[in-house]
Write a protein that binds this ligand. Structure first.
Ligand code: ADP
Ligand code: MG
Length: 626
C-alpha cells in the first residue's frame, strides 16, 4: 500500500508480517468459501469420528445456520479448546503420516477457518465420559468453554457465515445456488458412506421445511438408487485387487437405455471421498457404446478403495482431487470392469416363443406392446403419449442429413417418442409383415401390437458392424499407391505393439520403418502402406486424423485401442451399408430383417442413432385422439 506523507509525496510501507488473525481469515477462504464447503468439512469430521448416524439442518441454504450432529467419538474439554486453532488436528502427528492418510481430514484447518469467519458452537460428549462440554467462538479461534447436556457424539452449529468478511459474503450466489451446492455435498457424502445413516432438513428463514431426506445404513447400489432414482435397474459390479494398490472396486450403474446428458452423473468415490476425474465419464460412455446415444453418459458410481499410500490427497485445499501414481488410470479400470457386462447376449428363441408374438395374434383386439411380456420398459405410457407434442413429432420426422444439427435434435425428439431398445425385442424381425418402404429410407412393418419402423441404413450398419467386430478376417487389405503418414498421440509408444496388432487385425499394414520405430518405442508417426478394403472409397486419412485427435485428449491406451477398433468397424460398416435414398425391393427388405434377427442385440447404430422404433396401436390411437 502507498501512503501520502506530509509533503504530499508517497512513501512505500515496509514489509511486515501479517498478524495471525488476518492470516487466518485469508487462509480460511481456501477451505471455506461458501456454506456447502463448511457443510462438507463438518460431515468429514463426523465420519472421521466414526459416526454411524449424521443429522444435518440447514437454515436458508446454510447462510443463516448449518448444524451437523453425529454419534461419533466426541471430544473432551481439552480437545474442544484446541480444535478451532489453526493446524490443530488429532489425525496426523508427523510428516510420514501424510503418506498414508486414512481419515478425511488431516490439515487441522476446517474448524479454525470456519471459526474465524462465523459464529460457532460445538457441543460434545467424549466417548466413555459422563460430562459433556460446549465450546463457543465468535469470529475467532479463541472461545468460551461451558458445561453442556448433549448425550452422545458431537453437534456443531455454524451461524452467520462470513459476518465479518463482507467481501466474501458478496460473492455468495443466490439462495437457490447455495442450496443446490449444499444438496450436492449431502448427496455425495451420503453416497460415499452408504454404511452411515443420513438425515437432512432444509428450512427457510421462517422455519418452514423445504426439503428433507432420510436413509439408513445400506449397500452402495441401494444408496445410489435412493439418492439418484431412475426408472430402471442397476448393474452392480464388484472386483478386488484389479491393479496394484487397489483393494476393492464397487460399481453401480443403471443399465441402458438410462443415460444422462451430464458428465457429473458419473460419480467417483475414492477411499470415502467424493472426487473428480475428468476422464472417467468419457471412459464409461465408451463402455456403453452402442447401447446409449453416443453424446450421453451412463449414470452411476465407482467406489474405489485403494492403499492410501499410493494416492496423494493433499493437492487440493478442499480435497476434490487426488493424485494417482504414474500410469494408473481409474478410467481404464472402470471401463474394463464394466464393458464385459455390456454385450447384451441374444438368447436363442425358445421353442414356441415366436408364435406367441408372431403376426396376427391378438391384433384384432388391439393389444398393446405393454401386454406382451418383455415390453414393460418400452417407455410407452399412454399418459405420456397424450402429452406428446405433435409439432416435435413432425419435426423429428422431417428428413435429415447425416451429421447435421437437425439429426441430433431429431434423435432427441425420437427419444421422447419412444426409447430405443437395449434388450432384444420379443418378436423376430423376419416374422414381421412388411408393409413397405417409405422415403427410400425407412422400412415399415406390422407386428401384432403395432407398427415397427426401421431405419434401413442404421439397421444395415448395425448388422455389418456386428459382423465386422466379430469376424475381422472378413476384411482384406488393399495396398496404397502412396503411403499415408499419421502423427501418433504422445502416449502411443508404450503400447506400440498392441497398437500395431489392432491395426493389423483390421487390414492395415505399416511400413517396415514404422514397425521398427514402434518396436523401439520411438515412433511419433506411423506410415500405412495398406488399408482395409471397403466397398466404397473411404477417406482413411480423414478418419484416422479425427480418431487420433480424439485420442490425444483421451490419453488412455485401453480406451483408444477399443475406440480404434470400434471406429474402424463402424466406418467399414457404414460404407458398406445401404444408403438413404436407395430403394429396396421386397427380397432385400426380407434379407435385412432376417439379418436383424442374427445380430447380437443393440438398439442403436454404431453412431448412436436408433435402429428401429415401435409405434404401438395404443400410441397410434392416442395420437389420433381416440
Ligand atoms: P482436521 O479434520 O483436518 O483434523 P478440523 O479443523 O476439521 O481438522 O478438526 C480439528 C479436530 O477437531 C479434528 O482433528 C478432531 O480431532 C476434532 N473434531 C472435529 N469435529 C469433530 C467431531 N464431529 N467429532 C469428534 N471430533 C471432532
Ligand atoms: Mg476436518
Amino acid at each position: 500500500m502507498f501512503e501520502k506523507n506530509t509533503e504530499g509525496g508517497i512513501t512505500l510501507n515496509r514489509v511486515k508480517l501479517l498478524d495471525s488473525e488476518i492470516v487466518g481469515r485469508i487462509a480460511a477462504g481456501e477451505v471455506v468459501d461458501r456454506p456447502a464447503s463448511v457443510l462438507k468439512e463438518l460431515i468429514d469430521n463426523s465420519i472421521d469420528a466414526g459416526a454411524s448416524k449424521i443429522k444435518v439442518l440447514l437454515l436458508d441454504a446454510g447462510m443463516k445456520r448449518i448444524e451437523v450432529e453425529d454419534d461419533g467419538s466426541g471430544m473432551g474439554p481439552e480437545d474442544l479448546k484446541l480444535c478451532t486453532l489453526r493446524h490443530a488436528t488429532s489425525k496426523i502427528v508427523n510428516i510420514e503420516d501424510l503418506d498414508h492418510i486414512e481419515s478425511l481430514g488431516f490439515r487441522g484447518e476446517a474448524l479454525a477457518a470456519t471459526a474465524s469467519v462465523a459464529k460457532l458452537k460445538i457441543e460434545s460428549l467424549q466417548q466413555g465420559k459422563s460430562e459433556a462440554w460446549s465450546w463457543e467462538t465468535l469470529g475467532s479461534t479463541q472461545g468460551r468453554l461451558s458445561p453442556a447436556t448433549i448425550s452422545k457424539g458431537t453437534k456443531v452449529r455454524i451461524e452467520d457465515l462470513f459476518f465479518n468478511v463482507p467481501a466474501r459474503k458478496k460473492f455468495l450466489k443466490s439462495l437457490t445456488s447455495e442450496y443446490h451446492e449444499c444438496l450436492l455435498v449431502l448427496q455425495n457424502m451420503a453416497l460415499a458412506h452408504p454404511g452411515v445413516s443420513f438425515q437432512w432438513n432444509f428450512l427457510n428463514e421462517s422455519g418452514e421445511l423445504k426439503e428433507s431426506f432420510e436413509c439408513s445404513s445400506e449397500s452402495l447400489g441401494a444408496r445410489f438408487k435412493k439418492l439418484f432414482p431412475q426408472d430402471g435397474e442397476l448393474l452392480n459390479v464388484r472386483a478386488e485387487k484389479v491393479a496394484e494398490g487397489v483393494e476393492k472396486v464397487l460399481m453401480s450403474f443403471y443399465k441402458a437405455p438410462i443415460s444422462s446428458r451430464f458428465r457429473k452423473d458419473v460419480h467417483l468415490i475414492v477411499n470415502g471421498r467424493p472426487v473428480e476425474d475428468v476422464r472417467l465419464p468419457y471412459a464409461l460412455r465408451e463402455a456403453y457404446a452402442g447401447l446409449i446415444e453416443s453424446s450421453r453418459y451412463p449414470v452411476g458410481v465407482v467406489d474405489l478403495r485403494v492403499d492410501p499410500s499410493i494416492i496423494d490427497v493433499n493437492i487440493h485445499p478442499q480435497k476434490k482431487e487426488v493424485r494417482w501414481p504414474k500410469g494408473f488410470s481409474v478410467a481404464s479400470i472402470a471401463y474394463s470392469l464394466l464393458r464385459p457386462h455390456m454385450e447384451v447376449r441374444r438368447s436363442a428363441p425358445l421353442e414356441g416363443q415366436s408364435t406367441q408374438v408372431s403376426l396376427g395374434a391378438n391384433s384384432s383386439e388391439g393389444a398393446s406392446f405393454r401386454s406382451s411380456p418383455g415390453f414393460e420398459n418400452w417407455g410407452f405410457d399412454s399418459k405420456d403419449m397424450q402429452k406428446f407434442p405433435v409439432e416435435e413429432f413432425r419435426a423429428s420426422m422431417a428428413p435429415f442429413r447425416e451429421g447435421t444439427e437437425s439429426q441430433v435434435s431429431a434423435v432427441s425428439s425420437f427419444e421422447k417418442l419412444s426409447t430405443y431398445q437395449e434388450e432384444q425385442p420379443a418378436f423376430l424381425f423376419s416374422e414381421l409383415r412388411v408393409v413397405g418402404e417409405v422415403g427410400a429410407a425407412w422400412i415399415v412393418c406390422e407386428s401384432s401390437s403395432g407398427l415397427i419402423l426401421l431405419d434401413q441404413h442404421a439397421a444395415h450398419e448395425r448388422i455389418n458392424f456386428e459382423k465386422i467386430i466379430r469376424s475381422k478376417n472378413l476384411i482384406r487389405s488393399k495396398a496404397l499407391l502412396l503411403p499415408v503418414d499419421f502423427k501418433l498421440p504422445p502416449f502411443a509408444h508404450d503400447d506400440a505393439l498392441e497398437l500395431q496388432k489392432v491395426f493389423e487385425d483390421f487390414g492395415f499394414e505399416l511400413s517396415d520403418e514404422s514397425l521398427e520405430n514402434l518396436k523401439s518405442k520411438n515412433a511419433d508417426s506411423i506410415e500405412f502402406i495398406a488399408v482395409p478394403e471397403a466397398d466404397r472409397k473411404l477417406d482413411w486419412e480423414e478418419l484416422l486424423e479425427s480418431l487420433f485427435a480424439e485420442l490425444r485428449q483421451e490419453g488412455q491406451p485401453e480406451l483408444w485401442k477399443d475406440k480404434i477398433k470400434y471406429r474402424i468397424a463402424a466406418s467399414l460398416a457404414c460404407h458398406g451399408s445401404v444408403r438413404r435414398g436407395q430403394r429396396l425391393n421386397h427380397e432385400q427388405i426380407k434379407a435385412l430383417l432376417a439379418d436383424m434377427d442374427s445380430i447380437q442385440w443393440g438398439g442403436l447404430c454404431p453412431h448412436g442413432r436408433p435402429v428401429w422404433l415401435p409405434l404401438s396401436h395404443e400410441w397410434i390411437e392416442t395420437a389420433f385422439h381416440r
